[in-house]
Design a protein around this ligand. Sequence first.
Ligand SMILES: Cc1ncc(COP(=O)(O)O)c(C=O)c1O
Length: 392
Amino acid sequence: MTKKRKQDTLLIHSGRDPQKHAGLVNTPVFRGSTVLFPNVESYEHRDPDNYKTMRYGVHGTPTTFAFEEAVAKLEGAHAAVAVPSGLAAIAVALTAFAKTGSHILVSDSVYGPTRNFCERRLKSFGVEIEYYDPLIGAGIEKLIRPNTTALYCEAPGSLTFEMQDIPAIASVAHTKNLPLLADNTWGTPLFFPAFERGVDVSIHAATKYIAGHSDAMMGVITTNEKHWLSVRRVVADYGFCVSPDDCFLALRGLRTIAVRMRHQQQSAIKVARWLQSLPDVARVLYPALESDPGHAIWRRDFHGAASLFGVVLKPTRDSAVAALINALELFGIGSSWGGFESLAIRADVRNSRTATAWKADGPLLRLHIGLEDPDDLISDLEQAFDVMRHAS
Ligand SMILES: Cc1ncc(COP(=O)(O)O)c(C=O)c1O
């Protein structure tokens, strides 16, 4: 496409070329390991840094390339690479900028397994990890050392939903010629224009809203041109590749991400506002709400909100919180989010922050709002809160 198109149009038209595939609307599932070349010369002169044409199955097939192209176009990135999970995307991105003796700044509110990767893998390779207050903004400059090699953000924070001032952090990073990495799973390529906000490497658990149907595990990393090869080569060096069936599913999911997410956002705001009115609720942690401390940054930087948020309850017994969740009929109990279905879990971050202290007197829940009718979700929560009141 030569003309600059809007996101909804890109979602439908990028990553496919029907006339290359027997006129089929969707790029089919291409399976393959060995790729045959017409002669010795073309085999021996294949470009090791060309990751967009068929060389060997590990580097992807036309199904992978179609998915990667669609995500990269949507987010305004130079290129994208698919990996086996969101966590693999995080590990690859961090590894690309970590070397023995280097220092990496990581937000204190990162996804728990990101912290595990830093603590258990990167530290054992001699990388220094320093966690910072997610609200630090431009103050991050004070933490930069001569051996700092990357800054890592996640907005909003996992479970606690603090919003980060990514443009301010990016501006500090770029003054020091450092890359800014961001887990953009909540924002998605649709709702957070990572590269326009100064991110250099954007990380997605495609398992969530991109695939969108709770039926595939996948990650995708998008980068600007400057950092593309550093990141893409890590994927090649580890031999990570993604099944073409999963790529097909993720691309099929991506085609409808805009309608799903806008609808889920509306429902999530309705449910979140209703929760705010309950006497049992101390706070709803959701940047899309005007009352949220991160609302102004969210309004400035995001085009929308994912349907995942936190709820801090007023102090009550653990067994009463379990009774609430167990009583829910329409919310599943399980890991992950971003699918079509609603989910509820209890979360505990009291022992997983080291640079900041989580201040809340009561228990914390995380809700994912799916595509059910929001009024049904509210009435389900209403009866479950009644169960909790009786149990407390
Ligand atoms: C913010 C965030 N990033 C990354 C991941 C990891 O994704 P995956 O489950 O595909 O490994 C998750 C998973 O819950 C997540 O919440």
